[in-house]
Design a protein around this ligand. Structure first.
Ligand code: DGL
Length: 265
């Protein structure tokens, strides 16, 4: 098959990457996608680096067998491992989540910026370094939010448990006086409304998924790999309960033709 007609792989530890798939579908309506969420082993963000690397390698080997032209790592926890260190012998290029440094610096007036992410992502300080590299004067406040991913994976997207967790993690950022916050975990857009409501209108909450989709478009354009005719159904695979993934996909994605499959890596 011609390279341009191959699908694009999209990876996450669970359902979070569906928020990126949504932006990819909007930016690239002709393309075919194969989404793989390792929902049987989510969350990755509370695990060791060695374990996350082993799991990601298994997912990438599975994608090798699917014959894709590009893999989008729709997960910040995997991206901060260093996309170049994951490439190894895989047959397709990889792009990771945008760190959104330009976006947040443009949006922020007082240059006090909050980053909400998994404990693993926060421990690497990758987003802080990316923002400071562009503006050393900025003040960056990192907030680990370990309760969010388990709630979202359990389909708890609103109500008192979500509100309490949101209030716990927004409090230190409010105290610091941030005017802009970036959601540096792809699960968090599932509870975007709750987070944004809690901060109130004085704080902009930014999801870098659109910027990530723009990078994918650029890479496909540069290589002449854009698909010309509309592709078939979007395939959504998970290593765990596919019913749960289907419900969360229906919540996040536009209506369309989807093919759901439980797979083992
Ligand atoms: N969705 C992921 C991220 O962007 C990871 C969540 C997790 O497995 O902890 O960080």
């Amino acid at each position: 098959m011609m390279k341009k007609n191959l699908p694009i792989g999209v990876i996450d530890s669970g359902v979070g990457g569906l928020s990126v798939l949504k932006r990819l579908q909007q930016a690239l309506p002709q393309e075919e996608f194969i989404y793989i969420g390792d929902t049987a082993r989510t969350p990755y963000g509370s695990r060791s680096e060695a374990q996350v690397r082993q799991f990601v390698e298994e997912v990438l080997c599975w994608l090798d067998q699917q014959h894709i032209k590009l893999a989008v790592i729709a997960c910040n926890t995997i991206t901060v491992l260093g996309v170049d260190t994951l490439q190894r012998e895989h047959k397709f290029p990889l792009i990771g989540m945008s760190k959104g440094a330009e976006l947040v610096l443009k949006a922020s007036r007082n240059k006090k910026i909050g980053v909400m992410a998994t404990p693993f992502t926060v421990s690497t300080e990758a987003h802080k370094k990316a923002i400071l590299a562009q503006n050393p004067q900025a003040q960056v406040y990192l907030q680990a939010c370990p309760k969010f991913v388990p709630l979202i994976e359990k389909e708890i997207l609103e109500g008192p448990e979500v509100e309490a967790a949101v209030a716990e993690y927004t409090a230190p950022l409010k105290q610091a006086g941030v005017d802009t916050v970036i959601l540096s975990c792809t699960h968090y857009p599932f509870i975007y409304e709750a987070i944004s409501k809690d901060f109130g209108s004085g704080v902009q909450v930014i999801d870098p998924a659109e910027a990530t989709a723009a990078q994918a478009v650029q890479l496909l354009q540069d290589n002449g790999w854009l698909r010309e005719a509309k592709g078939a159904a979007v395939k959504i695979c998970s290593t765990g309960d596919i019913g749960r993934v289907r419900r969360l996909a229906e919540y996040m994605l536009p209506q369309g033709a989807y093919d759901f499959q439980q797979v083992s890596l």
